[in-house]
Write a new protein. Structure first.
Length: 140
């Protein structure tokens, strides 16, 4: 499960002492530094959209909520787990207007935002996994 927006489970776990990677704070909680090379690496994360007046998302975040081309066409009346499972199955089987190639080309390395609670499954987790080849704890 996702604990909060700054440390989603699909990030690397907290590095052990002597690890080659360390979490650093540079204004973005999703940045890691490789200790040997010093390279900064952005770790993709799912963010929760807000309807609050003045709420903003970080730059370069892609909104994937329902009215966008990335939105999940399956009703949440099915239950969140089932709706996400069907989205995943349909995406991988080529039954959506978007393809796996679209996801990889347009979403790789990008943070994604949806209205789903961070501690519940979301189709954005599926998009993150497909785009970046990294499993997400929220993926069903």
């Amino acid at each position: 499960m996702h604990s909060n927006a700054s440390t989603p489970d699909h990030q690397c776990p907290t590095p052990r002492r002597g690890s080659a990677v360390e979490h650093i704070t540079v204004g973005d909680p999703s940045v890691l530094r490789h200790r040997r090379s010093g390279t900064l690496v952005h770790v993709v994360q799912r963010l929760q959209r807000s309807r609050r007046k003045g709420a903003r998302l970080p730059a370069h975040t892609v909104v994937v909520s329902r009215p966008t081309k990335w939105g999940n066409p399956h009703s949440l009346d099915l239950g969140r787990v089932e709706a996400v499972r069907r989205y995943r199955d349909d995406l991988l089987a080529g039954r959506l207007d978007i393809t796996v190639a679209h996801v990889r080309n347009e979403l790789r390395g990008r943070d994604l935002a949806c209205y789903c609670p961070l501690d519940e499954p979301c189709h954005a987790d599926v998009l993150i996994e497909v785009a970046n080849g990294q499993p997400s704890a929220g993926v069903v």
